[in-house]
Design a protein around this ligand. Structure first.
Ligand code: DON
Length: 563
């Protein structure tokens, strides 16, 4: 054996020291490819696609269809979302398959006798937008996929038809939602045993869903937007005064959009444009925060949290004022909102020692719930996908289409309540995001990819309604400013400010008691929250090229698949 030189020993000592200094939770590691999602089964099936020669798009498509079966609270074919794709060449494209308002919609559709009707907005057949998932996944696959479409949908068909063992997490989630499903017999039939909750270990078979997925596997989008599936959707809508017609379904088109690009401390940030508010708000916050020494002031210190919160407050105020579907709001000043000079102007309004006051109070927030789901993929060639999609609420509208076996979204609730309907207790009536035929409702979903020196560096995204944007921000700060590995960046406690209500919500162990006290002396109100989001993160170590995954255990069934 060769003898170690003094230099060799010194080098090993330095590596060991760095490891000790950087110690944290061990992330999942992979040399070639990785898939992370809220469903371990989904991630493994995605990784198998990579092993079979598929690329990141193929794996994301297969995983997304599997989640429609194994993670029914948010995985879907009856909802919509965004897929951000960065090719190894450096090109990037955003696939927008957000739901659209049906032709029969109007800005006043959620008012009854001039009064706001919450249930119509969030819990009714009127709350269902025209689904986009199948069309969006197909378009991304058609542009970039390598394996056959059928090969990618087939694993989901099989899981729906033959069933899979219910996990402890899924059993708990299903038993919690059954009461809400009682008005919908097809939902009860699919997600309970004649009204009795599934137990862990029971096999959940979803045969109608299996047949619908088979039609999608065989016919592509026509298996959803035409023929039997479209007829079943229209029938259910007609019977319950819903708006969606077969014409709405036929007319649905996903859109390819140009991603937003910004920079943060030498990293290029690729982000989702409207109708997501996420990319604009994220870049605005990163630009503001670039002017502060977060690293030197430390993770979760009162000074760092103060700056981060003040950035959040300002980005969310702009979100309310300016953002909606850009196809309907061409005047939105996106370039200005994500520019460095604008951030510098905003930074000047931040007082080092005092919390700003959120005001005026004319903007507040529509109700959003806490369920959506995110998939991160990097393949052997270093193509990367960040895919976030949703039914809006957990299990969406809770309505399963009889005979078709899938849940419908309640995404129309993401439109503003009605013209001028802005109240201090949470409604917003500003024009950019009012319902109109064919319009997409504003979203907070923030699939994001960072690159460094021309190669992918980080893929991130999360569920969590408006908290999504801040969760994604924190994962980026945790890695770039605080030097965390992917797992630590995901595990670290989270906090959130959304301008109004004017308070910081924080996870239980996110901030120490003395940090909380210091923030209070600066004038911040603080409230403990439950879990914030579920970020699924992949980092490519620039030195070794190895992939590092952070699986968010806030979702009990989350997992990684590796190649
Ligand atoms: O698109 C949106 O912003 C919301 N419909 C997402 C809802 C959500 O994230 C709920 N939960 N995690």
């Amino acid at each position: 054996m060769r003898k170690l030189t003094g230099f060799g020993i010194a080098l090993i000592a330095i590596i060991v020291l760095v490891r000790i200094l950087e110690a944290g939770s061990e992330p999942t590691r992979a040399k070639k490819g990785m898939v992370i999602s809220s469903s371990g089964i989904g991630s493994e099936i995605g990784a198998q696609v990579l092993k079979d020669g598929g690329n990141a798009i193929d794996a994301a498509v297969a995983t997304a269809f599997v989640l429609a079966v194994t993670h029914p609270g948010a995985g879907n074919i009856g909802g919509g979302g965004f897929l951000l794709y960065r090719l190894a060449t450096g090109d990037a494209v955003a696939y927008d398959f957000r739901e659209k308002a049906p032709a029969g919609s109007s800005p006043t559709m959620f008012l009854k006798n001039g009064q706001y009707d919450f249930d119509a907005h969030h819990n009714s057949y009127l709350s269902v937008g025209v689904p986009g998932t199948t069309a969006g996944l197909y378009l991304a696959w058609k542009d970039h996929g390598k394996l056959s479409w059928k090969r990618l949908v087939e694993p989901a068909v099989k899981l729906a038809r033959d069933g899979f063992p219910v996990s402890i997490g899924l059993a708990g989630s299903l038993s919690g939602i059954l009461d809400d499903m009682k008005p919908y017999p097809a939902s009860m039939a699919q997600f309970s045993k004649n009204g009795i909750p599934y137990e862990p270990g029971d096999i959940l078979r979803q045969r109608d869903l299996g047949r619908t997925l088979q039609r999608i596997a065989d016919q592509g989008p026509a298996g959803f937007y035409d023929g039997e599936t479209a007829l079943l959707i229209e029938k259910e809508m007609k019977e319950h005064k819903g708006l969606i017609t077969r014409e709405d379904l036929k007319a649905y088109q996903p859109k390819k959009r140009t991603p937003l690009r910004g920079t943060y401390r030498g990293y290029e940030v690729i982000a989702m444009p409207p109708p997501s508010s996420g990319g604009v708000a994220l870049l605005e916050m990163l630009n503001i925060l670039e002017g502060y020494d977060l690293t030197g002031n430390g993770h979760a210190s009162a000074r760092s949290v103060h700056w981060i919160v003040e950035a959040m407050r300002r980005a969310f105020a702009d979100r309310a004022q300016y953002l909606g579907d850009s196809d309907f709001n061409p005047q939105v000043p996106i370039e200005r909102l994500i520019s460095k000079p604008y951030a510098a102007d905003l930074r000047r309004t931040i007082n080092e020692n005092r919390a700003s006051k959120s005001g005026p109070t004319q903007f507040s927030w529509p109700v959003e719930s806490n369920e959506t789901t995110h998939i991160s993929v990097v393949d052997g060639e270093r193509n990367a996908v960040a895919l976030t999609y949703t039914l809006e609420y957990l299990y969406g509208s809770r309505i399963v289409v009889p005979g078709a076996g899938f849940l419908l979204n309640n995404e129309m609730g993401d439109f503003n309540a009605g013209p001028g309907l802005t109240t201090s207790d949470g409604l917003i009536g500003t024009p950019p995001n009012l319902a109109q035929p064919g319009k997409r409702m504003l979203s907070s979903m923030t699939p994001t990819i960072l690159e460094k020196n021309g190669s992918v560096f980080m893929v991130t995204g999360s569920p969590g309604g408006r908290t999504i944007i801040n969760t994604v921000l924190l994962t980026i700060l945790n890695v770039v400013d605080f030097g965390m590995n992917a797992q630590d960046a995901v595990d670290a406690g989270r906090f959130h400010h959304q301008w109004l209500p004017d308070r910081i919500t924080h996870e239980r162990f996110a901030l120490s008691p003395d940090t909380l006290a210091l923030l209070r002396t600066k004038g911040h109100e603080l409230v403990q929250s439950g879990n914030q989001g579920a970020a699924e993160v992949i980092i490519r170590d620039p030195a070794s090229g190895i992939l590092e995954g952070g699986v968010d255990r806030r979702q009990p069934d989350a997992g990684a698949g590796v190649q």
